[in-house]
Design a protein around this ligand. Structure first.
Ligand code: C2E
Ligand code: CA
Ligand code: CA
Length: 640
């Protein structure tokens, strides 16, 4: 008898813990207002079911017929167990649907699938409902001991199949889940499995519901918590959610529509209403979009750009949606009491038909086609995505395939003697032919491989300098472009050193170029990187001077050897009096700070004349030489 009491108390302890945990989960979910989506509704339902299960388990424990030898106790106990089984069966199917909605598995195309799975769940209730008469699921024996009936095993197997199917759906979406979600889901599935297994083998240790509630808590933490994916100002999902969801959508949908809505006068609107309230200007647009698409997949991609994602949408649905958008944008929006007309264009494409991956989708949304007066951009309008796809592939495999090469554009002193050269990367792809850096460098930056390309250029330059040493080539230095993205990374200085030191060349032979406009973002850190590198002996140039919006004082304050005046400034000086004044003043100002001056883009004799008049230090441009392959550059040096 003592053992019974002990088990009952243990049992009671488990169920009370499960119930309290269940209430906490329920309240927390309601307080956080995570109730809108289908997924949230399933989740709430699961927490309710688990609470009913633990409550009925509490009643079962309290009315144990072994302790109260009364018919009433037996009836109560049997009734509470029946409620338990009814609800626990419902749990299997609701959990299955929950996982489906989390993984975006649910779609209208799966009607049959869903009908079958629901029918099975209903079937599962029959043994429970007839149990009071048939006792096929469970019964109490003559000693009032609880026993499993003949149908218990099959019912459990079916429930297990649901659980297994849920895991399978989750597994297929595994690669589309964030690592945080994966870890949490993995852990909580284990807890649930452990609970079920223990209860299966030890009938008296009723830990199943507690384990399941802990699992639910895990879902709350790992899946339901979407704080970092929501743009609370705009009341929709953010860019990160877009990226993650799109991956998920691809697992279970044949065709995913990605529709971008671009507000083309967003800059002006923000200027008019003031940047202070910029974050919420487009909230009415987000709200409107939610009324047009009857799902929750509305995302804010960047300021003034929204995306809508729908799986398996038909072309008619899309057209209907777009016509609603067009009508709405013909009417002003209310921005803080002010009526304002938002100009918009729409672009859309299907994945995988036209868009092959998330990065391409982002590219379409970030680069809406240029103003042609059209409202809708689709199909051929988006051909630029194809070029980009080919380019992305070519750049990604470029280093391994040897598509990159370094060319040298000589730089000259004012007397026309070669002073050095700028190393400029070139790409030749078998399919695309020659591609120029203006096109592939920004892409390489986005793909995160600019560092490797810059390393390749630096290593090539070092090898070239090392190789030409015995020939006594008289070069002051070779200029190597640096991507600022990379400069800001920790360990950058050591990284550069390791490449240059490997080659054994003199560090002062390398002159790094950095662009002014990008430098504007963080002078302090950049200043430190520059002075660190200079302390090792490298030289530094400021590239494209005069094109950025940067603070001139801050630029000049950097520890630089050379300022490269941008070609546009030189060309403007030739065009107009005002242009000349700007160039002349810049030259004077830089000279006063004791920096050397290089003017790039010298194309004509008259431009050269102009530079001579201003007495700048170095020159670079097509007038002297275009960027040329290493061999030709070496020959040129030999003749010099
Ligand atoms: P940049 O650093 O301003 O390079 C100068 C660009 O001006 C080069 O274009 C060069 O060919 C061009 N140029 C030189 N003289 C003249 C001239 O007289 N007239 C005209 N119209 N153009 C002239 P390129 O090689 O196409 O490079 C474009 C940009 O790509 C570079 O601008 C630089 O920002 C980037 N880039 C090139 N190589 C590398 C590299 O190895 N690493 C990184 N991070 N960026 C690179
Ligand atoms: Ca440059
Ligand atoms: Ca330049």
């Amino acid at each position: 008898m003592d053992a019974i009491v002990q088990y009952d108390q243990l049992h009671l302890g488990f169920q009370i813990s499960a119930f309290s945990l269940g209430i906490t989960i329920l309240l927390f979910t309601l307080i956080q207002k995570r109730t809108e989506k289908i997924q949230n509704k399933h989740f709430l339902f699961i927490s309710l079911i688990l609470m009913v299960c633990s409550l009925s388990d509490i009643v079962t424990a309290l009315s144990d017929p072994r302790r109260f030898a009364e018919p009433a106790a037996l009836a109560v106990s049997e009734a509470s167990r029946t409620v338990y089984f009814i609800m626990h069966n419902v749990l299997s199917i609701v959990f299955y649907y929950y996982v489906q909605s989390v993984c975006n598995f649910y779609s209208s195309k799966r009607k049959i699938h869903n009908a079958i799975s629901t029918a099975f769940a209903v079937l599962l209730e029959i043994p429970v409902l007839i149990n009071p008469f048939a006792h096929l699921l469970f019964y109490y024996d003559d000693n009032m001991i609880y026993r499993r009936g003949v149908l218990m095993a099959p019912v459990m197997i079916i429930k297990f199949i649901y659980f297994g199917a849920s895991i399978m759906i989750l597994m297929r979406s595994w690669s589309a889940l964030t690592s945080k979600r994966r870890a949490a889901l993995g852990y909580f599935f284990l807890v649930i499995m452990a609970g079920i297994t223990v209860q299966f083998f030890f009938i008296n240790i009723k830990i199943e519901i507690l384990a399941e509630t802990i699992g639910l808590l895990g879902m709350m933490v790992a899946v339901e918590d979407e704080d970092e994916w929501i743009d609370y100002d705009l009341e929709c999902y953010n860019r990160m959610a877009f990226r993650i969801d799109l991956l998920g959508f691809r697992v279970y949908s044949d065709n995913v529509l990605i529709l971008g809505l671009h507000i083309t006068n967003s800059e002006n609107i923000i200027r008019i209403i003031g940047t202070g309230s910029a974050d919420r200007v487009f909230t009415p647009v987000s709200k409107f979009l939610h009324t047009v698409v009857n799902n929750d997949h509305v995302y804010s991609i960047s300021r003034g750009t929204f995306a809508v994602v729908i799986s398996d949408a038909s072309e008619e649905d899309v057209q209907e949606m777009i016509s609603k958008i067009r009508i709405r944008f013909g009417i002003p929006f209310d921005v803080g009491g002010r009526k304002m007309l938002f100009n918009a264009v729409v672009s859309y494409a299907y994945m995988p038909e036209r868009i092959s991956n998330v990065s391409e989708a982002c590219y379409m949304l970030d680069n809406p086609p240029h103003d042609t007066g059209k409202f809708i951009y689709k199909d051929e309008d988006l051909d630029y995505l194809l070029r980009r796809r080919a380019l992305e592939k070519a750049v990604t495999v470029g280093l391994a395939k040897g598509s990159f090469e370094v060319h040298y554009q000589p730089t000259y002193d004012i007397n026309g003697r070669i002073h050095g050269a700028e190393a400029l990367v070139r790409m030749h792809d078998d399919e695309l032919g020659d591609v120029f850096p203006d096109e592939f460098i920004p892409l390489a930056e986005e793909l995160g491989i600019i560092g490797e390309i810059d390393d390749f250029v630096l290593a090539t330059v070092c090898r070239f300098l090392n190789m030409s040493r015995p020939f006594g080539l008289k070069l002051d230095c070779i200029n190597v472009n640096l991507s600022v993205i990379q400069c800001m990374e920790t360990g950058f200085v050591d990284h550069i050193n390791s490449i240059v030191e490997d080659s054994g060349i003199d560090k002062s032979l390398i002159n790094f170029e950095i662009t002014e406009s990008v430098a504007a973002s963080d002078y302090k850190l950049l200043g430190k990187v520059i002075s660190d590198l200079r302390s090792y002996g490298y030289r530094f140039s400021m590239d494209d001077y005069g094109t950025g919006y940067s603070n001139m004082n801050a630029v000049i304050a950097l520890d630089l050897d050379v300022i490269k005046i941008d070609k546009s400034i030189l060309w403007a000086a030739e065009e107009s009096e005002l242009g000349y004044i700007i160039l002349e003043n810049n030259v004077r100002m830089i000279r006063q700070t004791k920096r050397k001056i290089l003017v790039e883009g010298v194309e004509t004799a008259s431009q050269l004349e102009l530079c001579r008049k201003l007495n700048v230090d170095y020159l670079q441009g097509y007038y002297f030489s275009r960027p040329i392959p290493e061999m030709i550059f070496t020959q040129k040096l030999g003749q010099a």
